[in-house]
Design a protein around this ligand. Structure first.
Ligand code: ZN
Length: 104
């Protein structure tokens, strides 16, 4: 029963983290698209600093997404290979099962 709670708890936590990441991604993209053409005052422009922070967030999230998708693809390939090459399929092909006569 305690294990079931842990599984559902971790799924809920993962869902919350995913929603927060997606919301952050969308808010950054919305802010950049909304303020890309603004009246810039120069070096100390707060909007330009926020746009730079949003770009850094978008870049880091894109890197994380790329890394996670690569790991998921690798795990999928491993699972497929493990399912395809079952160890029992190799054990079935013995000389005795193929009825090969061994003469001395
Ligand atoms: Zn500016």
């Amino acid at each position: 029963m305690n294990g079931i709670k842990k599984v559902f708890g971790s799924k809920a936590a993962s869902a919350v983290v995913a929603v927060i990441l997606i919301a952050g991604l969308l808010m950054c993209a919305f802010f950049v698209s909304r303020h890309v053409c603004h009246d810039c005052i120069g070096e100390d422009c707060e909007i330009c600093q926020c746009i730079m922070l949003c770009r850094e967030n978008l870049t880091s999230l894109a890197d994380i997404t790329t890394a996670c998708s690569s790991i998921a693809a690798f795990a999928l390939i491993l699972i497929t290979l493990c399912a395809t090459f079952d160890a029992s399929s190799f054990a079935d092909d013995t000389l005795i099962s193929c009825k090969v006569r061994l003469n001395n």
